[in-house]
Write a protein that binds this ligand. Structure first.
Ligand SMILES: Nc1ncnc2c1ncn2[C@@H]1O[C@H](COP(=O)(O)OP(=O)(O)O)[C@@H](O)[C@H]1O
Ligand SMILES: [Mg+2]
Length: 382
């Protein structure tokens, strides 16, 4: 997948910007607070359906303006160019387009443009909390499976409704047995699907993570990734067998129908994939507690690189790699490793210093100077 062009109108501080990307390495450089991350935020919006900075859509609109727009043009394989567009009003509903035709919503847009984002927060993917690792799984899988998006959004909706119901129940509202059973049924169906997607993802990328990690560190230590869930306990046999979905569904249904008093007291749903995690070990020891900070960072980078391999296996080609300010956080050998690993793929890097991108033959390289919401270039040399 190659992104050819992006245009921005009243998108944060990008008032009227067009960027024509190189199919190799693109370096967006300039001082702080000039708009470099905003450029990536616009691109990744189409891969994720929302901002990667966890803000609301309306925050993307230039202060005081009525609406932001952003459009990208990319090619997949040998295919014709595809255009995705977003018109984001300061108040009201966004509109999304594919080749000019309106889309129903983000779910319909996802899976068209694929990108892997690296930002400094990802360096704590191993040392941080389980929510970060669940988000890593969800983003990687959602870009490659419409079914996953469907089940995950169902799950989130039913979970929020059930949590609200638990709180109302604590406040004295009476809830019928049938109502709890309906929620248990809907949640356990979605949960069993989420469980098998996430489990499959971890199995699929574990070897890639290990290969990247060993190469990056030149060491003999071997990482292993596995999905860890309360629902593991509902599965009778190790591994991947046809009954897993039925067993996880049944097990969760039982939990959600037989502990309601406890859950009312807690005010939230105590079982389900919103509690799950990725278990990461290094030579058998839990990386979160035993790996050095450097090893944890190398593992996190390996997980992001493996996300790209997963996407390639699912769709036949590599996604676009977006690196927001990560090179300044890494030593030269890791920077070089990432550049070598991503050789031949399209990458877009932001940095204060153009020189953080190591020299070498990494394909066509284009530099764009970003200042005050304007993007110059491309220039072939710095
Ligand atoms: N909604 C907005 N309207 C106008 N400017 C914005 C908006 N949101 C952020 N900005 C501006 O964007 C700049 C930050 O851009 P960013 O891309 O994060 O910088 P960097 O080049 O450091 O990556 C700041 O000057 C900020 O004031
Ligand atoms: Mg930035």
């Amino acid at each position: 997948m190659i992104i050819k062009k992006a245009t921005y109108g009243n998108f944060r501080n990008l008032r009227d910007v067009t960027v024509n990307f190189s199919d190799g390495v693109n370096v967006l450089w300039g001082m702080n607070a000039q708009g470099k991350s905003n450029v990536l935020e616009g691109l990744y919006y189409f891969a994720r359906g929302r901002s990667f900075r966890g803000v609301k859509d309306r925050d993307l609109v230039t202060f005081g303006e009525a609406a932001a727009r952003c459009e990208i043009e990319f090619i997949r394989g040998e295919g014709a160019a595809v255009r995705l567009g977003a018109a984001i009003p300061a108040s009201g509903k966004k509109k999304l387009y594919r080749n000019g035709a309106p889309l129903k919503g983000s779910a319909e847009m996802l899976g068209n443009f694929k990108a892997v984002l690296f930002c400094p927060a990802h360096l704590s993917l191993v040392s941080g909390g389980p929510a970060e690792r669940r988000q890593y799984l969800d983003i990687a899988i959602a870009q490659n499976s419409a079914a996953y998006i469907y089940y995950l959004s169902n799950y989130r909706r039913f979970l929020a409704e059930r949590n609200a119901l638990l709180k109302r129940c604590a406040a004295g509202v009476s809830v019928s047995r049938e109502e709890w059973e309906t929620y248990a049924e809907q949640l356990s169906v979605a949960a069993s699907e989420i469980y098998s997607f996430r489990d499959e993802y971890c199995r699929a990328v574990s070897d890639d993570v290990a290969a990247y990690f060993r190469e990056m560190t030149g060491g003999r230590e071997t990482p292993l990734l596995s999905y860890t869930s309360q629902m593991d306990g509902f599965v009778t046999d190790e591994g991947d067998h046809p009954e897993v979905k039925a067993e996880t569904k049944e097990g969760l249904y039982l939990k959600l129908t037989s502990n309601i008093e406890r859950e009312v007291a807690a005010g939230s749903t105590l079982w389900g994939p919103h509690k799950d995690d990725v278990h990461i070990t290094l030579n058998g020891n839990e990386a979160k507690f035993f790996a050095s900070q450097g090893q944890q960072r190398s593992l996190a980078l390996s997980m992001k690189l493996a996300e790209g391999e997963f996407s390639r296996r699912m769709s036949g080609e590599y996604p676009v790699f977006l690196l927001d300010d990560v090179f300044s956080e890494l030593d030269d050998s890791r920077r070089r490793f990432i550049m070598e690993s991503l050789k031949g793929r399209q990458i877009i890097v932001t940095s204060c210093e153009p020189s953080v991108v190591p020299g070498g033959d990494f394909g066509n390289i284009a530099y764009f100077r970003v200042a005050g919401g304007e993007v110059g270039g491309p220039d072939g040399e710095m």
